[in-house]
Design a protein around this ligand. Structure first.
Ligand SMILES: *[C@@H]1O[C@H](CO)[C@@H](O)[C@H](O)[C@H]1NC(C)=O
Ligand SMILES: *[C@@H]1O[C@H](CO)[C@@H](O)[C@H](O)[C@H]1NC(C)=O
Ligand SMILES: *[C@@H]1O[C@H](CO)[C@@H](O)[C@H](O)[C@H]1NC(C)=O
Ligand SMILES: *[C@@H]1O[C@H](CO)[C@@H](O)[C@H](O)[C@H]1NC(C)=O
Ligand SMILES: *[C@@H]1O[C@H](CO)[C@@H](O)[C@H](O)[C@H]1NC(C)=O
Ligand SMILES: *[C@@H]1O[C@H](CO)[C@@H](O)[C@H](O)[C@H]1NC(C)=O
Length: 503
């Protein structure tokens, strides 16, 4: 049931979609096991002591390395004093929304308890990340990179890099996450962030060593709370090769906008004289520009960084829009399978439904709230997915959000706008930006049964209601459509005490 979504915004908004394409079952794919202990611990990313969320003592958390079709068995021990959940941004959760790790699909892991996620990175490649989804925990850490490599016999459209590194970039506050959550709970907006981190480090804290003449892959994800960021490396060009699981046309950029929630892979060649160079990350679309630097260190370096860090775009929207339009699928390259990515002609499929979503904000009882089509989400007492599974009434209602916003001014979308769509080689991705007073159209094939969270990636807005769940259902109960509820599923709210298997 293909669906066409036009998202309209009066301010830059980011929507995250977890629904996606293709399905085929095959047993005996390899298993990888992870044991994670989630604790609070002291971190000092901007020089002041803060309470961070660590995974196995690490901030950011450990990277997950996997290969297409691997089964990932991740046993998460919650050693915090409050409920905790991890979500897997961009991992497709084929027929398995129970494992999505957001509050509407999965019960929180109670303090002192553990829960084992069972995920399969079915028919996927590329760069993603995980993050804690409850209670503004994301502002304290608990995130890390996820990479899914191609299977050995599947061609990758560029030579093996000499090194492959995750760079998690994001805005950061000196205030701890409970302090930030308190600001939102009292009905206020978040203040401007205090800095930007690269892999948990503040200015000049992060360094990457390269050998002259060699080419490296950098997987850059914006794990921050709200700021679009521009990424660049002094005197070096970047060749974009992959966006959230799609091999792209290999275009060269001197800087790249990475909006919050998004991930990119670039190749960078150490082709400059042997010394150190600035890695620069700066905020976009803000009147006050936040900047941080890291260091690209040549192993034969003759000296430290010199000159000023290179400047980048700041408030320019057209620059960003043009760059976004230049990011396209390489139709002849292979993806997770040997057949070329262009063999799926999404542009030929007729749309069956068009939904228009508009972002809005307002005060409710004197407190700031955010909404989509004027509906602001409030968590019910039972996860929606469990309510659906156990047929518990009164938790959610189908059609509770209109398919049309009440008002949609500025950059008006009309059905004629379809003539401007890229129906050939747009990238498939989980988070898309919408520029101020503009719209973005998204095409989704609703072939993944489940309850899927669609949300603003501006984390304060998500927290204050700018999200909803998209129920993709079928009357069939076949395993081809949806996996059964996991045997170890935690049951909470009005689902507590139910049985995950018929008695
Ligand atoms: C998690 O880490 C804490 C602090 O180091 C420790 O006390 C606890 O035993 C650990 N739990 C597990 C399950 O490893
Ligand atoms: C909790 O961890 C134990 C020990 O590793 C494991 O046997 C058990 O299955 C886990 N529980 C859940 C609900 O995943
Ligand atoms: C697209 O992928 C093909 C197949 O790997 C490759 O030969 C070609 O150079 C790529 N084109 C671009 C523009 O990246
Ligand atoms: C977090 O910040 C609040 C005030 O914003 C403070 O009261 C609390 O002690 C802090 N917690 C920790 C563990 O630092
Ligand atoms: C799309 O609709 C047109 C016109 O109704 C029809 O001719 C065509 O076969 C449809 N395409 C697909 C893929 O269903
Ligand atoms: C998560 O959902 C539960 C009900 O399942 C609700 O009580 C709780 O407030 C929610 N928590 C957050 C952080 O949304």
């Amino acid at each position: 049931m293909p669906l066409n979504l036009a998202v309209k915004s009066s301010v830059c908004a980011l929507l995250c979609l977890t629904v996606s394409l293709f399905a085929i079952v095959k047993a005996d794919d390899p298993y990888r096991f992870f044991n994670w202990n989630v604790t609070y611990g002291d971190i000092y990313p901007l020089g002041v002591r803060q309470q961070g969320i660590l995974i196995n003592g690490q901030f950011p958390g450990p990277d997950i390395h996997s290969v297409t079709n691997d089964n990932l068995i991740i046993n998460v021990f919650n050693s915090l004093k409050e409920p905790f959940l991890i979500s897997w941004s961009g991992i497709q959760q084929r027929r398995n929304s129970f494992e999505d790790g957001v509050n509407g699909t999965t019960c929180p892991i109670p303090p002192g308890k553990n829960f084992t996620y069972i995920l399969q990175v079915k028919d996927q490649i590329g760069s993603f990340y995980y993050f804690p989804s409850l209670a503004f925990h994301k502002a304290a850490g608990g995130f890390g990179g996820i990479r899914i490599l191609s299977r050995p016999r599947i061609p990758v459209p560029f030579p093996d890099p000499a090194g492959d590194y995750t760079l998690l970039i994001g805005d950061w506050y000196k205030k701890n996450h409970t302090g930030l959550k308190g600001i939102l709970d009292r009905g206020n907006k978040l203040p401007f962030p205090d800095g930007i981190l690269i892999n948990g480090r503040g200015p000049k804290g992060y360094s990457l060593t390269v050998e002259q003449g060699k080419t490296y892959r950098l997987r850059i994800s914006n794990v921050g709370l709200q700021n679009s960021l521009n990424f660049r490396v002094q005197n070096h060009k970047m060749k974009l090769v992959e966006v959230e699981g799609t091999h792209t046309l290999q275009t060269t950029y001197s800087s790249l906008d990475v909006h919050v929630g998004q991930s990119y892979s670039v190749l960078i060649t150490a082709d400059q004289p042997g010394q150190d160079y600035y890695i620069v990350v700066s905020s976009r679309f803000t009147s006050q520009v936040l900047t941080t630097t890291g260091v690209l260190h040549y192993s034969n370096s003759a000296g430290p960084v010199s000159g000023d860090p290179p400047g980048g775009p700041t408030v320019q929207i057209d620059w960003s829009l043009n760059q976004a339009r230049s990011i396209r699928t390489n139709l002849t390259a292979s993806g997770p399978r040997p057949n070329p990515q262009g063999s799926y002609h999404y542009g030929l499929i007729n749309t069956t439904k068009t939904i228009k979503i508009s972002s809005s904000a307002g005060q409710v009882n004197g407190k700031q709230r955010y909404a989509l089509n004027s509906v602001s989400y409030v968590a019910p007492d039972t996860p929606l997915k469990l309510a659906d599974y156990f047929k518990i009434d009164g938790v959610f209602r189908d059609g509770s959000i209109s398919y049309n916003p009440y008002c949609m001014d500025g950059g008006q979308w009309t059905s004629n706008s379809r003539n401007q769509y890229n129906l050939r080689d747009a990238v498939s991705r989980s988070t898309v930006q919408v520029y101020p007073k503009s719209w973005t159209a998204i095409y989704i094939a609703l072939d993944n049964v489940g309850m899927w969270n669609m949300r603003s990636e501006f984390w304060a807005r998500q927290y204050l209601g700018q999200q909803f769940y998209l129920r993709v259902y079928t009357s069939s109960t076949s395993l081809r459509d949806e996996f059964p509820i996991p045997k170890n599923a935690l049951l909470c709210g009005r689902a507590a005490g139910r049985h995950t298997r018929p008695l």
